[in-house]
Design a protein around this ligand. Structure first.
Ligand code: PGA
Length: 260
């Protein structure tokens, strides 16, 4: 696992946008897995700025979803499909035909999960998956004690996650209890995992992910199993890393050709 400590969230966004641009240069029709929440927004802003100034061509880019609320009505502004349309597809000028996501409105949730697994496989798999991390160490909506081999399925949010996400809803009671999420086993099949974490509130989860034991109790620790996982953190989120100085020195000495 590579850990990159950046000065702030904007620098993290730029760095990850650069990696996505490099991927698109190699593979113009790459499938980019996007995450929701506040943390990845600087990545999407950095990508949109490049598209706007003509330095990035996303003409072939395909985008897919990590997780979704179950049971919100179609078109609800806080469904993750709506959030991705607003924060990613529209700013990049991509139509819905470039997008894959699970159907959170389906009455048959297991069928919707299986259909999404099949769609991802049919699309050739995710090339680069952007991840955030919950204060409880979740990735996607894989809450603590999710199977490390799990596939796309229904999960129940912890009270902590519902509280963390209440800011997006008119009242905390409106936050759904149930979600559909790519499983940890699904996520681990992406070619490159890039987790961005910013702010002091993520420092414990980042430390447990990077330096703690591999454990279903900290779902993000599954990144330790992936051959190409990058964790980008700002100084506040890096505050509890025992190996922070080693990570800084490693990145400073990194061969220029290597990229992320
Ligand atoms: P956040 O959410 O980026 O809004 O903190 C992260 C997550 O829950 O995965």
């Amino acid at each position: 696992m590579e850990v990159v400590i950046v000065p702030d969230a904007a620098a993290g966004g730029e760095l990850i946008a650069e990696a996505i641009a490099a991927l698109l240069a190699r593979k113009p029709d790459a499938l980019l897995g996007v995450a929701t929440g506040s943390t990845p927004l600087p990545i999407y802003h950095a990508l949109a700025a490049r598209v706007k100034d003509g330095t990035l061509d996303v003409g072939g880019l395909r985008v897919c979803q990590l997780d979704e609320y179950a049971g919100l009505p179609a078109g609800h502004p806080e469904s993750y499909r709506s959030v991705i349309a607003r924060e990613v597809l529209e700013p990049l000028g991509l139509g819905l035909e470039r997008f894959l996501g699970p159907d959170g409105t389906s009455a048959d949730v297991p069928a919707a999960c299986a259909a999404y697994e099949a769609a991802l496989a049919g699309a050739g798999g995710v090339d680069l998956q952007i991840l955030g991390i919950g204060t409880d160490g979740h990735i996607g909506f894989n809450e603590p004690c999710s199977s490390l081999a799990s596939r796309t399925r229904i999960k129940t949010l912890t009270p902590q996650t519902r509280e963390d996400n209440a800011r997006f809803f008119a009242s905390p009671d409106e936050v759904p209890h149930h979600v559909i999420t790519q499983g940890i086993g699904t996520i681990l099949e992406a070619g490159h995992l890039v987790l961005l974490a910013t702010g002091a509130g993520k420092a414990d989860a980042v430390q447990a992910t990077v330096e703690g034991p591999l454990s279903a109790l900290v779902p993000a620790s599954a990144l330790q199993l992936h051959p190409h996982a990058t964790v980008v953190v700002d100084e506040a989120a890096a505050a509890r890393l025992r190996l922070a100085d080693y990570f800084r020195a490693t990145y400073a000495a990194k061969p220029a050709w290597q990229g992320l």
